[in-house]
Design a binder for this molecule. Structure first.
Ligand code: 6OG
Length: 156
């Protein structure tokens, strides 16, 4: 049986910038990414997304838009990682560094793909165009994508 782990991933956006966090420890250490983590038992996926965003960068999302779905497998590991991707344009609070993340605003034209998960370069354009995407990636280790596909889906 394939085990599944469900995660949230939230990007805070305005018209010209996106807030990324550099992961200071654990899985993905040293990479810039959105804010998120494992959905806890008893919470919905959006609840988990709001909680992780606040824990990791201090912002409280007033609305969340589900913008895509990512699935990851790592060669030799049957676990499927299912990552629900959200954007928020409305929030309160101010950005703070946490034990897990160093937040920084990036211009949308200057996203640091070289220091991000390799998959990001493939699906970010869909997110930035506002197309709801579903991506599936098979990794060998953390630095090689063996195969992938991305579909655009009609918004639910
Ligand atoms: P914690 O384990 O720290 O949450 N995540 C990925 N994000 C991208 N862009 N690419 C990947 O490729 C990823 N694998 C996991 C999901 C980990 C956070 O990192 C995301 C979560 O938001 C393999 O709790």
């Amino acid at each position: 049986m394939t085990a599944k782990k469900v995660f949230s991933l939230v990007f805070v956006r305005n018209a010209s910038e996106i807030l990324l966090g550099m992961k200071k420890r654990g899985f993905g250490q040293g990479k810039w990414n959105g804010f998120g983590g494992k959905i806890e038992p008893g919470e919905t996926i959006p609840e988990g997304a709001v909680r992780e965003l606040q824990e990791e960068c201090g912002l409280i999302a007033k609305e969340l838009k589900n913008v895509g779905l990512l699935e990851f497998k790592f060669e030799g590991d049957p676990t499927l990682l299912e990552v629900h991707v959200f954007e928020t344009h409305e929030y309160h609070g101010s950005v703070i560094e946490s034990e897990e993340m160093l937040p920084k605003w990036y211009n949308l034209k200057n996203i640091p793909f070289k220091n991000m998960w390799l998959d990001d370069e493939h699906w970010f354009p869909y997110m930035l165009r506002g197309e709801f995407f579903k991506g599936h990636f098979l990794y060998r280790g953390e630095d090689l994508i063996l195969k992938y596909n991305i579909q655009v889906l009609d918004k639910l």
